[in-house]
Design a protein around this ligand. Structure first.
Ligand SMILES: *Cc1c(COP(=O)(O)O)cnc(C)c1O
Length: 363
């Protein structure tokens, strides 16, 4: 028997979440963002759930190839564009749309030998200050691109730094609108947070680009939860109790003896550790579901194991299923956001960190 740990990718949940994104931005087409191997879910595993998208957005040429290998003939967008000249040949061959965020990428296009002009998304740095042309440089970049025979349609794109919080999108939208308003072409500005919280920013989006929401986590947790947004977990991680210990007062659990029992306790040792992608930093008290009932961890997470408190659950024991995040067999959900918060991070990081050694099933 393989080690009793398993991740499940929920096809129906992916499709449901994609529809939730559509619900909030009904006039926009939807890119399913599948960078980072579909946020750790696996592009091939997530594909059936996401095939109702209008396009797939990602970063890596190898990932674009995988989407094409799955038979997807619709739009594929490279969110960071190309990294070197010869990538443009693959863009032609795989029919990829690509972001243009710097002059070097325009130089590459100008030197690209092709008879088939390419569709590009010109990226504005409207305040995030990672990639893109500043508003005052945007028009000259557009003019340069527009003069190239290698370029077909030019669309407009920016990315928000604060769509998930009180600062919102107004300042960046003002910069984007001012610099693009009289230019032809489609527009795309919204990630999950902007799609859910700002209705996809009406008028500014021919396309929205949700990632995290499609995978079932709230882009603005803890202000809102997946449940309040009507999102369903697309990934469950569960493992079994492989050992049970009976503690006396004063006994401790795990490395560093960081948890000490004050009363007699029953402790379950679960076949999941940080080498599976469960955050080592999660403290005693991090929520789990034990046979579908709320419970919590005890002591430090180690490489291959973590411990949970079985004391309040007399029916739980050796072989019990512990849900680390996602949906338990009785239907109860432990949102990944709740675990991520205990780790001082976001569900984004947890889902991307699911380890390769964890067996994954798709249902
Ligand atoms: C990752 C990414 C997204 C999706 O962001 P979420 O917060 O996961 O919705 C959208 N646009 C760009 C440019 C991205 O890099």
């Amino acid at each position: 028997m393989p080690r009793p740990i398993q991740a499940t990718i929920h096809t129906q949940a992916l499709a449901h979440n994609l529809n939730r994104a559509r619900h909030f931005a009904p006039d926009a087409r939807v890119w399913a963002v599948v960078k980072a191997n579909a946020y750790g879910h696996g592009i091939e595993r997530a594909f059936n759930g996401l095939r109702g998208a209008d396009g797939f957005a990602l970063l890596d040429l190898a990932e674009a190839q995988r989407v094409r290998d799955l038979g997807w003939r619709g739009p594929v967008l490279l969110l960071e564009g190309v990294f070197e000249q010869r990538d443009l040949e693959l863009c032609s061959r795989l029919d990829l749309w690509h972001t243009v965020h710097c002059n070097e990428q325009i130089d590459m296009l100008a030197a690209h030998k092709t008879n088939v002009p390419q569709r590009v998304f010109l990226k504005m740095n409207s305040g995030m200050n990672r990639l893109g042309f500043r508003p005052e440089q945007y028009r000259s970049a557009w003019t340069r691109l527009n003069a190239l025979p290698q370029v077909d349609e030019i669309s407009h794109m920016t990315h928000f730094s604060d769509a998930d919080g009180p600062a919102g999108v107004a300042r960046q939208m003002a910069a984007f609108d001012a610099a693009t308003q009289d230019l032809p072409g489609e527009r795309t500005v919204s990630n999950s947070a902007a799609t859910l919280r700002h209705g996809g920013v009406p008028g500014a989006n021919d396309w929205v680009r949700p990632g995290i929401a499609v995978y079932g986590s709230a882009p603005d947790f803890p202000e809102n939860s997946a449940e309040t947004w009507g999102l369903q977990p697309a990934m469950t991680l569960e493992a079994r109790v492989i050992g049970v210990q009976h503690l006396q007062p004063g006994d401790t659990v795990g490395y560093g003896s960081s948890f000490r029992a004050e009363v007699p306790m029953r402790v379950g040792t679960v076949a999941c550790g940080y080498a599976d992608g469960y955050p080592r930093i999660c403290p005693t008290g991090t929520p789990v579901l034990i046979d579908g009932q709320p419970g919590h961890t005890l002591g430090r997470v180690s490489m291959d194991m973590l411990c949970v408190d079985l004391t309040p659950l007399p029916n739980a024991g050796q072989g019990s299923t512990v849900t680390l995040w996602g949906r338990a067999h009785n239907g109860r959900v432990l949102p990944m956001d709740d675990v991520a918060a205990r780790a001082g991070t976001l569900a984004y990081e947890l889902m991307c960190a699911l380890a390769a050694r964890v067996p994954v099933v798709v249902e």
